[in-house]
Ligand binder design. Structure first.
Ligand SMILES: Cc1cc2nc3c(=O)[nH]c(=O)nc-3n(C[C@H](O)[C@H](O)[C@H](O)COP(=O)(O)O)c2cc1C
Length: 369
């Protein structure tokens, strides 16, 4: 019987359980992307909670690929000391940490060199019309992913995860809604996968075969004319054939309304695990481990997804904002469901107060004091 607390190994990285902190932007970096002590302590606290693998917040690989305030940046070697301290904080508590690498593409705010995107059409709900990427831009961005991955490995991160979901650049290339190119990078599903495979192969080359390279793959946009799961299965098969180490399944973009990546109204077990059926569509196509994120809240739902529905890893984001110690709590015998009410109130303090936190928990604390 496969269980939450099995020890597993991903390309040399041994994890003490199958629970993963899915990438979560914290908004705690300096404006140039440099990690702060507050962020480092945030990671130390997560690691104390006994989470098998922590995936960092999305981290931009080149300056024009940034988005939210306080995002982490890895576009040069200037933050080596802080990045190493962050990794050390996790390792000191017995945890493992991978860094999530992203380029936002057409959703970036306007800048000297951006936004850039596969095609000069606005990403849904983002009003700036991006510049269509030239072949030189494509090569530069793919190289930026590889350079960032090489840096991450040298700072001690246990692995990297490519952000291929939520309507960002890799997803923009995969999606027929945002990719109208007629060259080798657009058109058929094979051509829409070219950028993803360029990035993956360059990253793999930069870090070597014996280092975990994972992807968070958006498998459906939930937008008219957008990415559908059949095309995502094609992409997943291709990545698996080229030895990607883990595929984490997510879905939805910022424009997908009630089907966005971080859905609200998760009240009962039947509302949970909302990407599980999509994830199962990838099972047959791939030979690497499968991870799924989206709405997991109950111990029983997590355990069943692992033992009976074929998932290797379960990732969660919002529950760990409210309860960084959730996995440890479950392990110690209190298996009641996560306290997170999926209200998405955690985004606002990240935008306005220099860092995310659970606003519901904060209200309770205020009342108690
Ligand atoms: C505050 C916040 C920040 C997020 N930041 C990221 C991110 O940096 N990268 C990413 O892939 N997903 C990000 N997400 C999405 C989550 O990783 C996850 O896919 C989504 O919230 C669904 O999982 P959950 O129900 O366990 O929260 C974020 C979500 C929240 C609430």
């Amino acid at each position: 019987m496969a269980s939450i607390f099995d020890e597993t190994t991903i390309n040399g990285m041994t994890l003490k359980n199958r629970m993963v902190r899915s990438a979560t932007w914290e908004g705690m970096c300096e404006p140039n992307g440099k990690p702060t002590q507050k962020l480092i302590e945030h990671y130390r606290n997560l690691a104390k909670g006994n989470i098998g693998l922590i995936i960092s917040g999305y981290t931009y690989v080149s300056p024009e690929g940034a988005q939210a305030p306080g995002m982490m940046g890895l576009y040069n070697d200037d933050f080596a000391t802080e990045m190493e301290a962050l990794v050390r904080a996790v390792h000191d508590e017995g945890g493992k940490i991978a860094i999530q690498l992203v380029h936002i593409g057409g959703q970036s705010p306007p800048s000297d060199n951006g936004p850039i995107a596969p095609s000069a059409i606005e990403a849904p709900i983002y009003k700036a019309i991006p510049k269509e990427m030239t072949l030189a831009d494509i090569a530069t961005v793919a190289q930026a992913f590889a350079d960032a991955a090489r840096r991450a490995k040298s700072y001690g991160f246990d692995g990297v995860q490519l952000h291929g979901a939520h309507g960002f650049l890799i997803n923009q290339f995969l999606s027929p809604l945002t990719n109208k190119r007629t060259d080798d990078y657009g058109g058929t599903v094979e051509d829409r996968c070219t950028f993803l495979m360029d990035v993956y192969k360059k990253v793999r080359e930069a870090v070597g075969d014996d280092y975990p390279v994972m992807i968070k793959l958006g498998v459906k946009d939930f937008l008219d004319g957008g990415l559908e799961v059949g095309d995502a299965v094609y992409a997943a098969r291709k990545l698996s054939m080229h030895d990607i180490d883990v595929i984490e399944v997510s879905a939805g973009t910022g424009a997908s309304g009630d089907k966005s990546a971080a859905r609200t109204k998760i009240n009962e077990p039947k509302d949970e695990a909302y990407n599980l059926d999509l994830a199962r569509k990838l099972e047959e196509a791939i030979s690497c481990p499968l991870m799924v994120v989206g709405g997991f809240r109950s111990y029983e739902v997590v355990e069943k997804a692992i033992d009976r529905r074929g998932m290797d890893y379960i990732a969660m984001s919002r529950p760990f904002i409210r309860e960084p110690g959730l996995v440890r709590r479950w392990e110690e015998g209190d298996k009641s469901k996560a306290k997170c009410i999926s209200c998405n109130g955690c985004f606002k303090p990240g935008m306005q107060e220099g860092g995310i936190y659970c606003v519901v928990e904060a209200k309770f604390r205020e009342k108690d004091s």
